[in-house]
Design a protein around this ligand. Structure first.
Ligand code: IVH
Length: 670
């Protein structure tokens, strides 16, 4: 690049970064994702490294964060709150270790403390003779904002330290304020009920809550905290980071249970991979791992550069939130005729996968989130969850965005759609609508249904369009000769399809029931039904009373099932399937070894440390137990984790067995 062009780009980056610093630190409402911010900052740092004569002390690359807002009082930290340099790959992590060894002329492996990089808000607590005197946000790293009153509303922050363990007369303790995922969801749900705009993510929610001017508002927010280091401390000596963590933990500061001391960089890399796997199951959000040289003496010798210590590094994971553009909003017709708006996105990489569409669920959701065609939107993929649009970024609109409205006619068959009173969905009610037919067959053949290999969306589309099949029953009468008339279908693939259909003729009964796609009958209900009925004919003749006797089958489900079974074309479908040789097999009764928790039901309350709810649920179910929301006399165990809430009291009166998270772990052997 020409030097003029370099300087122009450097200036541009500085302006951009300043702007985004303000959005992030002062308004708690960023316009770009962390990943994009990191990219801008990396570019600036690398240009300033290559062209050092353009460096200035005012450059945002030399500073952390933004100056504090006027409304909260600015107070200097006793010692600066530094930031961390970033590594974005295993290679960069290895280079970090090499760099340190080269600098210190070392050959031996270095001991590192590794722990999750919590995606929250850094705070600095100043204790005077064991009493919390001041609590500050990071601010620009030198001066923070006084949020003492707000921090005092967080139960996990000790107001007075435990006298049994000696502590320095004056000290700074630093940690990350955050909101657990479950609590965040509840908070946003509550906000949407009050017609307040949702927070983009738990970190923004934590930052916004912490910087309230009225502490009584903060007190209502489910803030939590983990502590990770000390700043200034009058004369305390501690050999290493690990001992430091154990010490502050004795004083009553919650430290992250995943923190670990490792020997050499290989240990760091192992933990990095492990943590990346664990990430979706953790109850709070993390955006990477932090590596710190453990020995405090070695830390001192290695030293710091202006904004960050040289002895530590933040190793970032792939971003789970990105900003992209809504190119179009299309309408899909599902197997029950429901019309679903789907955002067609400019493809973005999210958590390691390309994302190019996201369901918008229904028209109310589109208008509630005010999503327009052409909008820049924040999209996220949390763990293995399907991508979703968090919100549209109004500040980035240019006036050319267009509003979306639902079609009045089915985009597939052209018949008029209806919106039943009280329902959020519009539906195409024509059963023979080709979109519905295709979707019903796709569902029937899908992995959770009859699991017919090779029978995907496009093949089903061709089969229906060419009038070779009209319902799932027709699949079992297909011939090789018919298949090879289709586009791009050789005789070998045709034979494979026929074989796959044949192989699916004896599905487990519950999968068969689920595959029928009866309204309100999901996998769980299908399982329950499959334990009570043995044959298709038995199920088809069941009365509402028979069904209501089953545990967990309510009137709505029973009604839906009975009306399905009564319909002549459904009965004809069953006959056709039987004729085609489909005979579901009875599930084997689970053995005691395979289902140690059979007949046991669980309710969870409070936030678990090592587990996401969904994961705990999966675990219980894999061992044959059930998980319910509400507590009743039928509940065997209440698993009461941190901040359990009112269910604990109820369990005591009901005499339910109450387990701690640890006891739950033991019970499930995990
Ligand atoms: S140590 C000098 N440990 O990340 C080291 N920071 O990008 C100071 N953070 O300002 C920080 N988790 O707010 C440390 N386990 C962890 C952390 C962590 C999150 C935040 C912290 C810091 C920022 C740096």
């Amino acid at each position: 690049m020409e030097t003029d062009a370099v300087l122009a780009r450097i200036n541009e980056l500085r302006v951009l970064i300043e702007h985004h610093n303000q959005r992030y630190y002062q308004l708690d409402d960023p316009e770009i994702t962390d990943a994009e911010y990191d990219r801008l900052m990396q570019e600036l740092i690398s240009l300033e490294t290559d062209y050092p004569h353009f460096k200035t002390p005012q450059s945002p690359a030399e500073r952390v964060g933004a100056p504090p807002v006027r409304t909260l009082m600015a107070v200097p930290h006793l010692s600066p709150m530094l930031s961390l340099a970033n590594a974005f790959s295993e290679q960069e992590i290895i280079e970090f270790d090499n760099r340190l060894k080269r600098r210190q002329d070392m050959t031996a492996s270095i001991d590192y403390l590794v722990e999750p990089k919590l995606d929250g808000v850094g705070v600095n607590l100043i204790y005077n003779r064991g009493a919390l005197a001041l609590g500050l946000t990071r601010g620009d790293g030198i001066t923070g904002e006084d949020v003492t009153a707000n921090l005092k509303t967080i139960a996990a922050i000790p107001a007075q330290l435990d006298m049994r363990f000696p502590y320095p007369a004056e000290m700074e303790i630093r940690g990350e304020v955050l909101i657990y995922k479950e609590n965040f969801k509840a908070l946003n749900r509550q906000r949407s009920e009050m017609a307040e705009s949702p927070f983009a993510n738990p970190r923004n929610a934590a930052a916004g809550s912490l910087r309230q001017l009225d502490p009584s508002v903060t007190a209502l927010r489910p803030l939590d905290i983990f502590f990770y280091t000390m700043g200034e401390n009058s004369g305390m000596t501690c050999p290493d980071q690990w001992t430091l963590l154990q010490t502050i933990s004795l004083w009553g500061f919650k430290i992250n249970p995943l923190a670990r001391l490792v020997h050499g960089i290989d240990g760091c890399l192992d933990f990095y991979r492990e943590l990346n796997e664990l990430r979706p199951t953790l109850p709070y959000e993390i955006d990477g791992m932090v590596i710190k040289v453990s020995s405090l003496d070695l830390q001192k010798r290695i030293g710091s550069v202006s904004r960050a210590p040289r002895w530590a590094i933040a190793c970032k994971f792939a971003a789970l939130q990105e900003i992209t553009e809504v190119e179009d909003i299309k309408v899909q017709v599902g197997r029950t005729g429901v019309l679903t708006p789907v955002a067609i996105l400019k493809p973005v990489r999210l958590g390691g996968a390309m994302v190019s569409r996201a369901s918008l669920h229904n028209e109310d959701e589109v208008s509630r989130k005010d999503i327009r065609i052409g909008d820049k939107v924040l999209v996220q993929r949390a763990g293995d969850v399907i991508p979703e649009i968090v919100k549209s970024l109004e500040s980035l609109r240019n006036g050319r965005e267009t509003l979306f409205s639902m079609p009045l006619y089915c985009p597939q068959c052209g018949s008029r759609v209806v919106r039943p009173a009280g329902e959020a969905a519009r539906r195409c009610v024509r059963l023979s609508c080709p979109a519905q037919v295709k979707e019903r067959i796709r569902h029937f053949a899908s992995r959770d249904g009859l699991d017919i290999d090779g029978l995907g969306e496009s093949l089903i589309g061709q089969l229906v369009d060419n009038k070779l099949i009209r319902d799932p029953g027709d699949l079992f009468f297909l011939t090789e000769g018919q298949l090879i008339t289709l586009d791009r279908m050789g005789s070998k693939s045709a034979r494979n399809i026929i074989d796959a259909v044949k192989a699916a003729k004896n599905p487990p009964f519950d999968k068969f029931i689920y595959a029928l796609g009866i309204r309100h009958v999901g996998q769980r209900t299908a399982k329950i039904l499959s334990t009570r009925f043995t044959r298709i004919s038995e199920l088809m003749d069941a009365t509402s009373d028979d069904l209501l006797q089953l545990h967990d089958i309510g009137p709505e489900m029973a009604g839906s099932l009975v009306s399905f079974c009564e319909q002549a074309d459904n009965r004809a479908l069953m006959a056709k399937l039987e004729q085609g040789g489909v005979i579901p097999r009875k599930p084997k009764a689970p053995t005691r070894e395979a289902a140690p928790l059979a007949a046991k039901s669980f309710v969870f309350t409070g936030s678990m440390n090592g587990f996401a709810r969904t994961e705990a649920k999966r675990l219980v179910e894999s061992l044959g137990g059930t998980v319910t929301e509400g507590l009743s006399r039928a509940t065997t165990y209440l698993v009461a984790a941190e901040n359990p809430g009112s269910k604990l009291q109820k369990a005591r009166t009901l005499g339910t067995i109450i387990l701690s998270e640890n006891e739950f772990l033991k019970l499930t052997n995990s």
